[in-house]
Design a binder for this molecule. Structure first.
Ligand SMILES: NC(=O)c1ccc[n+]([C@@H]2O[C@H](COP(=O)([O-])OP(=O)(O)OC[C@H]3O[C@@H](n4cnc5c(N)ncnc54)[C@H](O)[C@@H]3O)[C@@H](O)[C@H]2O)c1
Ligand SMILES: [Zn+2]
Ligand SMILES: [Zn+2]
Length: 345
């Protein structure tokens, strides 16, 4: 089968690889129908994710059809159409029992990281009963690819951890797919103001279409000043960090209001400063989270009922044999205006 293989920092190739085997009775093999590329895949390719070893098939998002099941799989059958969660969860360990699937001692974020991923014709999913989700008949499958990772990530790590409230003022720093997923799902809680910050005008214009009440291009470095002016010198109740760089984490520290929350989503590859000398007396909280995907079934219902339309995030379509082009397009988003690139296997 064809697969996109990581070969160390800066190196990847589309190769022929053997079909995945069912190794444990709880595994299922899934024939991938659609997959996509995540900002985190770019972090892996930069060498930011040391757990991902050369030789690994990348990808942790996608939908597909169950092709084979292990003898212990009971919730899925061959032929079922499924959403693959980016998090594999055994459902039995202490963390899983607490809904913290991301820290499952037998799974967690292993797909396209510690085990082979979804940017291939087939993938083996461990703990299939608790790591796959049924696709309802007649669903728009393109939209559902966004449920593997970005929607639960924006919602859980940004909106839920950031305790977005009716009438509150929030800022989302980073208007990439994850920041936009946080924006889409923040609307569930009716915040009064949603300020989007990025360096890319196209992404900011997209944010306005998705219901941001203000957009700020921080290229001139005046973003903090502008947000403080907009909020009467108070700052924001929730500052969502959706970039993964020291500069954007600093922005969040500069704009958080007393009593507010900084909800970090970004994957950070290098040390970021925490200005406790300015924040110690401001009654703030900082949260971090690896997405648990515990809200996937709820989010699926909101997509099915058209409360949110994550399909708007898809800007480009490719076939699997053109996945190298898909990476080029996604990696040069400032030039290509790419958000999510959909790859058909
Ligand atoms: N916590 C999790 O479980 C989890 C899951 C998935 C992705 N992530 C991470 O979330 C982050 C965002 O993902 P994405 O796919 O949207 O990435 P992305 O790279 O597409 O988007 C980041 C955006 O930030 C903007 N940006 C860069 N520097 C900035 C700055 N100083 N101020 C404001 N904006 C700035 C860029 O222009 C870009 O639009 C990544 O770090 C990704 O790895 C985390
Ligand atoms: Zn991801
Ligand atoms: Zn577990």
């Amino acid at each position: 089968m064809k697969a996109l293989v990581y070969h160390g920092p800066g190196k990847k190739a589309l190769e022929d690889r053997p079909m995945p085997e069912i190794a444990a009775p709880t595994d299922a093999a899934v024939k991938i129908v659609k997959t996509t590329i995540c900002g985190t895949d770019l972090h892996i390719l930069k060498g930011d994710v040391p757990t991902c070893a050369p030789g690994r098939i990348l990808g942790h998002e996608g939908i597909g059809v169950v092709d084979k099941i292990g003898t212990a799989v009971t919730a899925f059958h061959v032929g079922d159409r499924v959403i693959v969660s980016c998090i594999s969860s055994c459902g039995k360990c202490d963390y899983c029992r607490r809904g913290m699937y991301s820290h499952c001692v037998n799974g967690g974020w292993i797909l396209g990281n510690k085990i082979d991923g979804t940017q291939a014709e087939f993938v083996c999913i461990p703990f299939a009963d608790t790591s796959l989700y049924h696709i309802p008949a007649g669903a728009d499958e393109d939209a559902l690819v966004m449920l593997s990772d970005i929607l639960p990530t924006g919602f859980e790590c940004g909106v839920l951890n950031g305790k977005v409230q009716p009438g509150s003022t929030i800022a989302i720093v980073g208007a990439g797919p994850i920041g936009l997923a946080a924006l889409l799902t923040a609307h569930f809680y009716s915040p009064a103001e949603i300020i989007m910050v990025d360096l890319d005008d196209n992404r900011l214009q997209m944010s306005s279409r998705f219901g941001a009440t203000a957009i700020i291009n921080n290229k001139d470095g005046k973003g903090v000043e502008k947000i403080m002016e907009m909020t009467g010198g108070r700052g924001v109740d929730t500052a969502i960090e959706a970039v993964g760089m020291p500069a954007s984490f600093i922005t969040c520290q500069d704009i958080v209001a007393p009593g507010g929350i900084i909800a970090n989503i970004g994957v950070h590859g290098v040390k970021a400063d925490l200005h406790l000398e300015r924040l110690w007396d401001r009654n703030i909280a900082i949260t971090t989270r690896l997405v648990d995907t515990v809200t996937t079934p709820m989010l699926l219902k909101t997509v099915q009922s058209h409360r949110i339309d994550p399909k708007q995030l898809i800007t480009h379509h490719f076939k699997l044999d053109k996945i190298m082009d898909a990476y080029d397009t996604f990696g040069a988003a400032a030039k290509t205006n790419a958000l999510k690139v959909l790859i058909e296997a």
